[in-house]
Design a protein around this ligand. Structure first.
Ligand code: SAM
Length: 218
C-alpha cells in the first residue's frame, strides 16, 4: 500500500539532486524536471528520450516497487557503461494518481507521457483510469502553457475515452496532423516501450491522442 513508500510533502521537498548527480549543481538552482512518464513500466521510453533530449531532466513514475527498482538499476547500469550519458533520467516509485502535485510545481512540466495505461474496462472502475476529467485538471496544473500530453493504447475503448476526456477539457487542444509529424516524441510512442513493442509484435492496432495545454480563455 501507499504507506510503504515516502511521499514528499511538496515539490520543494523532493531532492532531485540525488536523482541527477551530474546535474546536481544545476538542479538545486535552476534546472527542473520537465518530462514525466506516468506508469513508466520498464522504462523503455525514458531510455529513448534520454539520448534524444540529453539536456532535459525527466522522470518515470511507477507504482510497482519491483518494476521501479528494475528501472533504477537499468539506468545505473547504462550510466556505468556509457560515461556521461543517461544522467538526465530517473524514476520514482509512487502512485501518480495521488501524488503528482507533491512532485511538480505549477507549470513545471513540458511533456507528460501516458503509454499503454491499464484499461480498467468495467464502468465502475473508470475512476481508476489515469486519464479522467478530474486528473486532467491536475495535469493541466503541472504542465506549462504549450506543454504536451501524449497518450497511446491498444485498447480502442480506452483510446476513445482518453480522446473524449481531452476534447472536453477546456485547457487542452489536439495537435494538428502537421504538428504530430514534426514532433520526434510522437514517433517513440508506439516503438519505445516494452508494452508498445509487445503490441507491435502481435500486430495490434494502436490509438493515440496528443494534446497541448492551452491557456484558459475567459
Ligand atoms: N508505459 C509502460 C509501457 O508502455 O511499457 C508500461 C505500461 S503497463 C501496461 C502500465 C503501468 O502503469 C504498469 O507498470 C503499472 O504498474 C503502472 N501503474 C498503474 N497505475 C499506476 C499509478 N497509479 N501510478 C503509477 N504507476 C501506475
Amino acid at each position: 500500500s501507499d504507506s510503504h513508500f515516502p511521499v514528499p510533502i511538496s515539490p520543494s521537498h523532493v531532492d532531485f539532486s540525488l536523482h541527477y548527480p551530474q546535474f546536481s549543481s544545476e538542479v538545486s538552482c535552476i534546472k527542473k524536471v520537465q518530462f514525466a512518464d506516468i506508469g513508466c513500466g520498464f522504462g523503455g521510453l525514458l531510455i529513448s528520450l534520454s539520448t534524444f533530449f540529453p539536456e532535459t531532466l525527466m522522470i518515470g513514475m511507477e507504482l510497482r516497487d519491483k518494476v521501479a527498482e528494475y528501472v533504477k538499476e537499468r539506468i545505473l547500469a547504462l550510466r556505468a557503461t556509457n560515461p556521461g550519458q543517461y544522467q538526465n533520467v530517473s524514476v520514482v516509485r509512487t502512485n501518480s494518481m495521488k501524488y503528482i502535485p507533491n512532485y511538480f510545481e505549477k507549470g513545471q512540466l513540458t511533456k507528460m507521457f501516458f503509454l499503454f495505461p491499464d484499461p480498467h474496462f468495467k464502468e465502475k472502475n473508470h475512476r481508476r483510469r489515469v486519464i479522467s476529467p478530474h486528473l486532467l485538471d491536475e495535469y493541466a496544473h503541472v504542465l506549462e502553457v504549450g506543454g504536451i500530453i501524449y497518450t497511446i493504447t491498444d485498447v480502442e475503448e480506452l483510446g476513445e475515452w482518453m480522446k473524449t476526456c481531452l476534447d472536453n477539457h477546456p485547457m487542452f487542444e489536439a495537435l494538428t496532423e502537421q504538428e504530430l509529424q514534426a514532433d520526434p516524441a510522437v514517433k517513440l510512442l508506439s516503438t519505445a516501450t516494452e508494452e508498445g513493442q509487445k503490441v507491435a509484435r502481435n500486430g495490434g492496432q494502436t490509438f493515440q491522442a496528443v494534446y497541448r495545454r492551452i491557456a484558459l480563455s475567459l
